[in-house]
Design a binder for this molecule. Structure first.
Ligand code: GLC
Length: 566
């Protein structure tokens, strides 16, 4: 590792931090326009402090036409005007620091918005110009160039190419976009692009940002000649087809970019003693491929998505946990666990599905959903158990806003209200991700969108009618609520700091481990589990997700932390 020795890095703040993924558009609206903003975040920092959050990861808050809600950046050096200004951002960093909360931003290096000044200049410039060299402009195939340059499909549906009209009004070249036509891909073989992002990283570090979540990491490296990829088997979605694209997914030259970034970051740290920066990679893929970004001198962390995508069964969960830990051991890394994010159906809904423990129903893909009946109470019970397990694991823990309230996915959101390009580009075949991005409920006052806005105004996405039952105000007053549970749980997290040692219970529905002598057991079965007397003798319950738990008996879908032997 560079920057810090392996021994030092095990003590760095981010190795076991609780990080709160905050979706600014849906967190809190301070100015009454129905969209969240930075000032809304600043006013609610105490909520995050009370959960014990060490850092906030802000999903993209840069100027953007919001075709993919910020993942289409028009200017990497400013704040989206509807969210506030750079001054607001500075105030947020300062107020968060007063509560020992750090700020992480979300960098989107694979693509920008089609409204970015560079792309607009490229559209006006001629084929072969330096302006076009920053992107992937190519002539089309066929006699009049009317066919896309290759067979790549876009992750959000349709071909990965869009044809432009040249300045003289004739049909012209095509440009590549892994996602939507409003998100042209950068050409990372172009030095301008490299230099631009170096500047961007330093600009935000100078403003007090302590690191970045890095978007769509496996997509950035591309074969320089953009050859056709072997056709994907029929029946796959376009997102799955991209996953099979051998020239545009986990392509090896991406590593050159990440290695370069690490030198930029390490140099910055050396020049600013006391700063400990972190980059966390978003890469869904096989463990070896994900590990490749951590080996050597690339990212500090990569999300361990397995627990988020897994069936509710003890054996695969145990395997997912041990694989992540074992895999990182040799490179001195620690996992970054997460159970929810802005791209995935909320855990209450996922685990409430009556087939969520059926391996045959498991899609392994966060964008493709099964359609089984849902029991939300069961989902909430399991979600509470799942976070209690995840909070006990070694490594960092990334929460997604609203999970602390036990919010469910808003599946019944009217189609007309949906804004996700995934929904739009697949003509509704994929429901998309709006249902987990609904504005948060702060109070039970329905006239102000449950306290999301200061006045009566339509929120940018509609909220379910029962949202007030899950408001911060209501849950803070209820010691049994999910919010109270998160506060208690995170306060207990420092009890566990040592290595994880697996423990056998003899029950295939249970997974159990010890850390620092504390025994953590999760029972995913439909029946209560009797824990072996020899294992639990002398232990008392520290935390249990169901009230009728004892050290000997663990109810169904429950997680318990038992003390060391007295
Ligand atoms: C990542 C983001 C997702 C976004 C996509 C394109 O997967 O998490 O929200 O739509 O990249 O930037």
């Amino acid at each position: 590792m560079t920057g810090a020795s392996t021994e030092e890095s095990s003590k760095l703040w981010w190795t076991d931090a609780v990080v709160y993924q905050l979706y600014p558009r849906s967190f809190a609206d301070s100015n009454g326009d129905g969209r969240g903003d930075l000032e809304g975040i600043r006013k609610h920092l105490d909520h995050l402090h009370a959960i014990g959050v060490n850092a906030i990861w802000l999903t993209p808050c840069f100027p953007s036409p919001q075709r993919d809600h910020g993942y289409d950046v028009a200017d990497y050096f400013d704040i989206e005007p509807t969210y506030g200004s750079l001054d607001d951002f500075d105030r947020l960093v300062a107020d968060a620091a007063q509560r020992s909360i750090r700020l992480l931003l979300d960098v989107v290096p694979n693509h920008c918005s089609s409204e970015h000044a560079w792309f607009q200049a490229a559209l006006k410039a001629a084929p072969g110009s330096p302006e076009r060299a920053r992107y992937w402009f190519r002539d089309g195939k066929g006699p009049d160039g009317a066919e896309p340059p290759n067979n790549w499909r876009a992750i959000f549906g349709g071909p990965a190419w869009t044809r432009v009209t040249e300045a003289d009004g004739t049909p012209g070249q095509w440009y590549l976009h892994a996602f939507t036509p409003w998100q042209p891909d950068f050409n990372w073989y172009c030095q301008d692009v490299v230099d631009y992002f170096d500047r961007m990283l330093r600009f935000w570090f100078d403003r007090g940002v302590e690191g970045f979540r890095v978007d769509a990491v496996p997509v950035l490296g591309k074969h320089p000649d953009l050859p056709d990829t072997p056709p994907a088997p029929p029946g796959l979605t376009d997102a799955q087809a991209w996953g099979r694209n051998i020239y545009g997914h986990f392509y090896e030259t991406g590593h050159d970019v990440w290695k370069h970034w690490r030198t930029v970051i390490d140099d910055y740290e050396r020049a600013h003693p006391g700063r400990h920066l972190v980059t966390i990679s978003e890469s869904y893929g096989k463990p070896e491929a994900v590990l490749a970004f951590l080996r050597g001198d690339e990212f500090h962390q990569s999300f361990a998505f397995d627990l988020m995508l897994i069936t509710w069964l003890a054996a695969p969960m145990r395997k997912a946990i041990s694989d992540s830990i074992d895999m990182l051991g040799p490179v001195g890394g620690t996992p970054a666990w997460t159970l929810n994010n802005h791209d995935t159906q909320r855990i209450v809904t996922r685990l409430g599905r009556l087939n969520s423990n059926d391996p045959a129903a498991f899609t392994g893909n966060n964008l493709v959903y099964v359609d089984a009946p849902i029991d939300l109470e069961l989902g909430r019970r399991r979600a509470r158990a799942a976070i209690t397990l995840a909070a006990a694991l070694p490594g960092a823990l990334y929460l997604f806003q609203g999970e602390e309230l036990g919010l469910e996915e808003y599946l019944d959101m009217p189609d007309a209200a949906r804004e996700d390009p995934l929904f739009i580009r697949t003509n509704g075949k994929e429901l998309g991700r709006d249902g987990c991005r609904v504005p948060l409920p702060w109070t039970s006052d329905a006239t102000t969108s449950f306290g999301f806005s200061p006045v009566a105004v339509e929120p940018w996405l509609p909220q379910p009618q029962n949202w007030g039952d899950f408001s911060v105000e209501k849950e803070a007053a209820d010691p049994q609520s999910m919010l109270s549970w998160y506060r208690i749980l995170m306060a207990h997290r420092p009890l566990l700091s040592g290595d994880l040692v697996w423990v056998e219970t003899g029950n295939p529905d249970c997974l159990a481990f010890e850390r620092d002598g504390v025994l953590v057991v999760l029972n995913v079965g439909a029946d209560a589990a009797a824990l072996p007397a020899a294992l639990v003798a002398g232990r008392t319950v520290i935390l249990a997700t169901q009230p009728d738990t004892t050290s000997q008996r663990l109810p169904s879908d429950t997680c318990v932390w038992l003390s060391t032997v007295h």
